[in-house]
Design a protein around this ligand. Sequence first.
Ligand code: KDG
Length: 312
Amino acid sequence: MDVVTIGETMALFTPETSGLMRYAHTYSRKFGGSESNVAIGLTRLGHRSGWISRIGDDELGKAMVSFIRGEGVDVSEVQVEKSAQTGIYFKELRREDDVRVLYYRKNSAASRMSKNDLNEEYIAQAKYLHITGITPALSDSCYEMLKEAVHLAKKHGVTVVFDPNLRKTLWSEEKARQVLLEFVKESDIVLPGIAEGKFLYGVDDPQQLGERFLADGSTTCVLKLGPRGAQYFTREKTEFVPSFTVKKVIDPVGSGDGFCSGFLSGLLDGLSLYDAVRRGNGVGAMVAMVNGDVEGLPDKRDLELFINETDK
Ligand code: KDG
């Protein structure tokens, strides 16, 4: 396995019309979850990924696992929870530049994950463990599980990659700050956005943020700067990597996950950090141009065409 990831995925309903959701009558049903988005992004680019999770014993859960398995992700570590349901979420496309996410996930099947869901050997054989700040916000048992997953990864020399993915609606700001910083300190690579950096350290200057993340222990910090691109920081070097022109943003949700899969794909292929970040930028941009979290994720050929043809 190249990358193992852990987290909740939900059935995703999007109104077929834009505007306030109260006027929507028909919805499309897709699936989305930050961690499985990354896992799918990686298989599209030719890598091997596995996703650890729990689903409800229900039709949406079954369809979700079939879908993710169909994308080539290993789902052998997904458990079925009899006493809770698969979570769902809605993406309300209010206006072109205003997408809102609404969750119906409290006490969901995935929020019941616990340390018992972890198979040490499964984590040990991966090159990277990918985690996000969403999982510890789901429940105390998920928080404990994630800490244990990181402990197992470190024990076996697996590189820990952390995307803070701040979700303010899931927990209090104080708790979020404390727990996210705890995971930052345990991770080898961190992939924050500027807003998350500001939330954690109270500054929004990229250089200062990069230095703060490195001072807290990561060896690499890639700061996502939205449509501008991204800047990476190591102890030796920092470089800004510009993004690609996106003709029209259709749905930016999932772009950060696309970035992460592109970046990890670059590392797995032995690219320089600059080129790995550039690959991340390319995937992130392509995801934003398509409705859905994962529908815009490219295969390698599409990605190369996009990277070579855009901004020539
Ligand atoms: O990054 C995209 C995610 O926000 C989406 O898939 C839903 O995982 C999700 C979450 O918890 O917000």
